[in-house]
Write a protein that binds this ligand. Structure first.
Ligand code: URA
Length: 183
């Protein structure tokens, strides 16, 4: 574990624990308020994120930003990170082994941020954080308490691009997260 952000980021920049390091342009560390009450966890960088080194800057991220604006969430007030820090080729799902190699970096980020609520964006985030037994369809919108953190699984924003009907769920799930924090 690293107890300061600089050391953690340096470690990730030099990471070659899995094959994803071979294709990366940039690591995508995480962004936002390092003392946020609300954290959102995605899957892994896509092409735009790989180029910019910032999570959720592509189409899915822009859609998420719109939901943030609608709900009065400032992107810079929350913390956003991913299960894997390097782009999987052709945007495939990260493999189990890749996620396993990377997950301690994310655990370290959670330890440093100390969020009260974590929104898990999609199946990959859900199963890698809470366990393979969780299914996104059954879990989304539910409040799951573990070790002093409240988890709310929801659809990955990319799923909203494919199926517009999921937008309302996504909106409601983010609203639930905000309501928990405001109570
Ligand atoms: N999808 C993710 O899961 N994370 C990103 O950073 C971008 C797209």
């Amino acid at each position: 574990m690293y107890y300061n952000w600089e050391e953690l980021e340096e470690a990730i920049k030099g990471c070659n624990k899995c094959k994803l390091c071979n294709g990366r342009k940039n690591i995508v560390f995480g962004t936002g308020n390092k003392e946020a009450d609300l954290m959102l966890i995605g899957e892994g960088p896509g092409a735009d994120e790989d180029i910019q080194g910032i999570p959720f800057v592509g189409k899915a991220g822009q859609l998420m930003n719109k939901a943030f604006i609608g709900l009065g969430i400032k992107r810079e007030e929350v913390y956003i990170a991913n299960i894997v820090k390097c782009r999987p080729p052709n945007n495939r799902d990260p493999e189990k082994e890749e996620a396993m190699m990377c997950i301690n970096y994310l655990r370290n980020q959670v330890m440093l941020v100390k969020p009260k609520v974590i929104v898990l964006l999609g199946r990959i985030a859900l199963t890698n954080i809470l366990g393979e037994e969780y299914k996104i369809t059954a879990s989304r919108g539910k409040i799951i308490e573990k070790k002093g953190i409240t988890y709310i699984p929801t659809w990955h924003p990319a799923a909203l691009l494919r199926d517009e009907t999921k937008k309302i769920d996504f909106w409601n799930d983010l609203k639930l997260a905000i309501n928990i924090l405001n109570n």
